[in-house]
Design a protein around this ligand. Structure first.
Ligand SMILES: [Zn+2]
Length: 592
């Protein structure tokens, strides 16, 4: 019997995986073409969201690889050095590939024993391991399975990713950049000299790299005072101070940013400017959207600017809709809504609520070569392979692009945002002429999106019959599973008022954040909470009958009868699942 089928049986019999999931994964292995246990494990992880270690522990034991348990915290300097010496004998290219695939040559002692070199791998069946005896002096290797986070921590200690720019920065030491107090305004010539000073260039380039690696969504560069600049990263929705650069005139750093970005004028300091930059970072092309705004400065002779840089990392685009992690009914209705060949799908929520991530995943779900997907956004956030993305500029503005879109024979249209009557009209027209239209709005909840569109001037019956679904969403921070603890009794009253029961609280399954080395203040990553208002016939009918006022409450009641979770209820379910805590849900839903 083929090995991958054997392994599938093993997963069910020994691993305790439900056979429905394993069977589905098996089917997919067939579609993808590589019929190996490793491929099956990969699909279980990537497509069925089974935690890496759960799948690969089984793969390792299926092939009789032993697990090597190591406490990375316990490594001393000598051992770290010995490990670096081993890695130094590896060709650079191979080393990079191995580390990328979480494969690490390792010794727990001061050198390699006579028996051979230990190789740790999160997937011990990875063929790349066979390259080690071929390309390095280590001809005898023993392969062990190792948990993913252990390898990651070991790599952090033994072969940390280098940020060359920041290294240069620390090497160059303290250096005063910018004006002395006697020189109130920086001359262009003085600025020119400073741009050439490598320190600020290293600082800027180093910040770009570090932001990508820290998973930051934005970089903020803000004058702190006339001689220092603060650089913040936004991670998981919160600003964190990355660095305060002392002894630097804010104008000097601003000039460097402008000089190294495209589409901004360095000599302009009184108007809003938008530009961009792109860099290869860790072998990926990362784009940055640079926005510059003049600020009032307490030193009235100085010209301060605020700089915000959006990190656009295409690797973050979630293409698999199921990975967004919507709750069951919302996911089912959402998929139903986007697989209908016509109608409008609206995502609503404030800025930073994850709408564009959801929109991208929805678009990837429907995209295939046989349909024409057009997008009209200003600005374009992600480059989408397989879609034609209209280029908005001063020669073709958003409105003109939209007006022309119908003549371009689309099947699916993504309209960045419904901003006004014109956009709304076109979205409705597209929907009513047999196109699927995906778009976003800025409202707090799903029912109020209907009112918003109505107030833009769209007739109720048109709204009722052109919309498929409205999803309102927010992101809440996820509790770190390493340090979360059961909610303290002093918070029980608030939890009870939110609708949790005394039994749930007493059982210890409702958590609060603590904070540890693996997280930010008790949180790590984010998850959505959502209100999915699917347009069932009763809801369409209610809107048609609305007359001059959309009755949001009645629509909400009807939808909740169909099982819609309100935003808050969705959040409470996430608390019950142990994923987030009451303060996050209260904060995210406080305006409801
Ligand atoms: Zn933690």
């Amino acid at each position: 019997m083929a090995k991958h089928i054997n392994f599938a049986r093993y997963l069910v019999d020994k691993g305790g995986f439900p056979h429905e999931i394993v069977d589905k994964a098996l089917q997919r292995v067939g579609e993808y073409g590589t019929l190996t246990p490793g491929a099956l494990a990969g699909i279980m992880e990537a497509d069925f969201l089974i935690p890496h270690d759960r799948v690969y522990a089984n793969l390792a034991s299926y092939y009789s690889f032993e697990e090597l348990e190591i406490d990375p915290e316990a490594l001393n300097e000598k051992v770290i050095k010995a490990n670096r010496a081993i890695l130094a004998k590896f060709p650079e290219e191979l080393k990079k590939k191995l580390l990328y695939h979480h494969i690490l040559p390792f010794t727990a002692h001061n050198g390699v024993s006579r028996e051979g070199l230990k190789v740790l791998a999160s997937d011990p069946t990875n063929k790349l391991i066979q390259e080690i005896p071929k390309q390095t002096p280590y001809k005898r290797i023993d392969v062990y399975w190792c948990r993913l986070h252990v390898i990651e921590e070991l790599v952090d200690k033994i072969a940390p990713q280098k940020n060359e720019f920041l290294k240069l920065l620390t090497e160059s030491g303290e250096l005063f950049i910018g004006s002395e107090d006697s020189q109130p305004e920086l001359s262009e010539q003085a600025l020119d000299e400073e741009i050439n000073k490598s320190l600020l260039v290293h600082l800027f380039e180093g910040a770009l790299i570090d932001a990508v690696r820290s998973d930051a969504s934005d970089i903020h560069i803000i004058p702190a005072d006339k001689r220092s600049v603060d650089i913040f990263f936004r991670v998981d929705g919160r600003l964190q101070l990355w660095l305060r650069q002392e002894n630097t005139a804010p104008e000097a750093l601003a000039a460097v940013v402008k000089d190294r970005s495209i589409g901004v004028d360095r000599f302009e300091r009184d108007t809003a400017q938008d530009g961009y930059a792109q860099r290869m970072i860790d072998e990926h092309l990362i784009r940055f959207r640079v926005s510059i705004l003049p600020l009032v400065s307490p030193e009235y002779e100085r010209r301060f600017e605020s700089i915000t840089i959006r990190v656009v990392d295409d690797r973050k685009v979630i293409k698999d809709f199921r990975k967004l992690g919507f709750q069951a009914q919302a996911e089912e209705e959402f998929i139903k809504a986007i697989t209908t060949p016509k109608g409008i799908v609206v995502l609503t929520g404030p800025t930073g609520s994850g709408k564009s991530t959801t929109l991208m995943a929805a678009l990837h779900h429907v995209m295939k070569p046989s349909i024409n997907v057009l997008t009209c956004e200003d600005p374009v956030e992600y480059v989408i392979r397989g879609a034609r993305q209209l280029k908005i500029s001063h020669k073709m503005d958003f409105e003109q692009a939209l007006r022309s879109i119908l003549r371009h024979d689309p099947d699916v249209v993504m309209v960045g945002e419904v901003r006004d009557r014109i956009t709304a009209d076109i979205a409705v027209k597209l929907a009513n002429t047999g196109h699927l239209t995906l778009t976003t709005l800025h409202t707090n909840d799903a029912p109020s999106a209907i009112t918003r569109l109505y107030k833009m001037g769209i007739e109720p019956f048109l709204l009722a019959y052109s919309i498929n679904i409205i999803i309102a969403q927010r992101l809440v921070r996820k509790l770190c599973t390493h340090c979360r603890r059961p909610l303290g009794q002093e918070h029980w009253e608030a939890a009870l008022q939110l609708g949790l029961s005394r039994e749930e609280l007493a059982s210890g399954s409702i958590y609060e954040p603590v904070g540890c080395a693996k997280c930010h203040q008790g949180y790590s990553g984010r998850i959505n909470i959502a209100e999915a208002l699917y347009f069932y016939p009763e809801i369409r009918n209610e809107i048609v009958l609305a007359g001059h006022e959309i009755d949001e409450e009645r629509i909400r009641d009807l939808a909740e009868k169909h099982g819609m979770l309100s935003m808050r209820q969705s959040g409470i379910d996430r608390i019950r699942e142990g994923l987030t805590d009451i303060t996050e849900v209260l904060f995210a839903t406080s305006e409801d």
